[in-house]
Design a protein around this ligand. Sequence first.
Ligand code: NAD
Length: 336
Amino acid sequence: MDIAVFSAKPYDRQFLDAANADRRHRLKYFDDPLNAETVDLAAGHRGICVFVNDVADAPVLEALARGGTQLVALRCTGFNNVDLQAAADLGIKVVRVVDYSPNSVAEHAVALLMAVNRKVHRAYNRTRDFNFALDGLMGFDLCGKTVAVIGTGKIGRVFARIMLGFGCNVIGYDAYRSPEFEALGARYADAGEIGANADIVSLHCPLTPQTYHIIGAQTLARAKRGSLLINTSRGGLVDTEAVIDALKSGQLGGLAIDVYEQEAGVFFRDLSGTIVDDDVLQRLMTFPNVIVTGHQAFLTREAVSTICETTLRSITEFETGQPLTNEITAVMERKP
Ligand code: NAD
């Protein structure tokens, strides 16, 4: 089947080609992201393959349908960038990669937490300059601290398990309770308890209308002073301007993010030689207690390999008329 692969990075090409070793599908790679300007590149391809910041809204999907596209294969778990109702109305099927490696994202969340707490980013810069002074590098023991996991699904549960291993007290918040989360030795708490007691809050829920800006001025005002916020899920969960205010006042003790609400057009690109026209991101970068990674939590060999194999398996299912194991529908989007 002919597939137009958008936002194709060298690692995507390497692992997709390996998964397509039998050359069953003809993959055409495009560096560009999918959006209204680039959608015509997909004309004549029965399937397209996209990533987190590609735009598959109603106008783009309409253009895809006109060009003969019948399948959108997401190389990711989150599907907030696809208008599923418009896809259904146009008869376009949408598949994603449900479960590739929750370990990859959870372990990156732990790396961010460790780095922002123990100031590893600052120590790295200092010691490169042979500055071995320790002033300003003090962190706190994780053992005994309370960690709140918002979204206790696959990634949230792995993160919880690791935090329990550090000797933390783990509390969770979710629209649906998971017995597996409680079986780990964690327990559920309400927003009030999380605000009052959590030393660390880590976000692992999807971006939906219900979770948009779940961390905003009100939540931050109720949070424990000096607590740390980790976001490896989706940028839109956090009101970044409210977070900047909380960092300025010291209400928030540190922030480590792998995702950013306005990341499209910025992340996954080398902009080191340009002036980035995003004052919010520029302000974030000035804080010594903020770490930003560019949506790399998924980037392990194991995860990317599974993503590419699952994506090609879904495309083969579609081509051969089999049931789509990883299909997503508009009904799923409406679930909280
Ligand atoms: P999952 O579906 O297994 O878990 C998500 C959990 O969030 C579920 O338990 C669900 O009930 C819960 N949830 C839904 N709505 C909620 C609400 N309103 N309030 C509280 N909880 C709610 O998904 P997962 O595999 O654990 O992935 C979680 C998220 O991680 C994805 O949606 C995606 O946005 C993000 N992600 C990021 C990266 C990255 O590279 N940074 C990679 C993969 C996934």
